[in-house]
Design a binder for this molecule. Structure first.
Ligand code: URA
Length: 281
């Protein structure tokens, strides 16, 4: 039997306590956040081996299924970015929001929310306290805002946080959401974003004293190549996740004829690339 690594979860302090008590509807109103899908806390190392803190925005459909953040389209893009920096394992990802944002502009309305920041700052404190973080990468404006609020707070690890190299790059799915159905615009925005990611990559590589691998810098071109969208490692996912959950996005979608139905329904389908025996007659 092959040994399959998995993420053991929230077994040690201070993370176990952070997961036992988390904010609900008084901090995250259900009209603006999908509380019905529960909080999704993180992805990556919580065992004191993390070198880079990645901050994302909010979880989406794939994340609701896997219970780890950044595992869908955005997650594959982030994974590829980290790999180019020589990071295959020693990272931790947190989102600005614990729950998926509902509605287009809700995220910005909570960008400076003190109650949202208070719990998030506890996670940032916990991570900085337990891990030798060497750099922070924020993907998107809301992520950058979250870090800046932390750096201005009275939190325990702030003096250390202020000394860390901070790299702010566009959110990985910004081109998709900004372009809508306009493919030419999406291509142009992706090329623009990848140029900024190349700058971020150089900054991250020079900030990192202890990458997992030393590899030559291969900057992005105009678009993502398949090699730049690596699988999500099994050791980042809870025990027992099927291998296809590590793979390319598209296996989880919200679905429904009405907004209410869509909010309630997540369709998870085994990708057609997975071979199954023919159905019994
Ligand atoms: N999924 C996440 O968990 N975070 C993002 O920022 C985007 C998708």
């Amino acid at each position: 039997m092959a040994k399959i690594e998995f993420d053991p979860g929230y077994v040690s302090e201070p993370f176990a306590s952070l997961c036992a008590r988390y904010p609900g509807r008084t901090v995250y109103p259900p009209k603006d956040f999908r509380l019905e899908w529960g909080p999704i806390f993180h992805r990556g190392r919580l065992d004191g081996t993390s070198r880079v803190l990645v901050i994302g925005q909010d979880p989406a459909a794939h994340e609701a299924a896997v219970r780890r953040i950044l595992v869908g389209t955005a997650g594959h893009r982030v994974q590829g970015f980290l790999a180019k920096a020589g990071l295959d394992r020693s990272y931790t990802m947190l989102n600005a929001f614990l729950y998926s944002v509902y509605g287009r502009n809700a995220g910005s309305r909570y960008a400076k929310d003190e109650k949202v920041a208070a719990y998030r700052n506890q996670w940032l404190d916990a991570l900085l306290l337990t891990s030798p973080i060497e750099a922070v990468v924020a993907f998107g404006g809301l992520a950058a805002r979250a870090w800046k609020l932390y750096a201005k707070s009275g939190s325990a690890q702030v003096s250390r946080a202020k000394k860390l190299p901070f790299i702010h790059v566009p959110h990985p799915t910004y081109p998709d959401s900004a372009a809508g159905d306009d493919e030419a615009k999406e291509r142009a925005l992706t090329a623009e974003m990848l140029e900024k990611w190349n700058d971020g990559l150089r900054a991250l590589r020079s900030a990192l004293g202890h990458p997992d691998s030393l590899r030559a810098l291969r900057p992005y071109g105009q678009r993502f190549t398949p090699r730049e969208l690596p699988p999500i490692p099994a050791f980042d996912l809870p025990a027992g996740c099927p291998a296809w959950m590590q793979g390319e996005d598209g296996w989880a979608v919200r679905s429904g004829a009405t907004a209410g139905e869509k909010r309630r329904t997540l369709v998870v389908a085994v990708p057609s690339s997975v071979r199954l025996p023919p159905p019994e007659r």
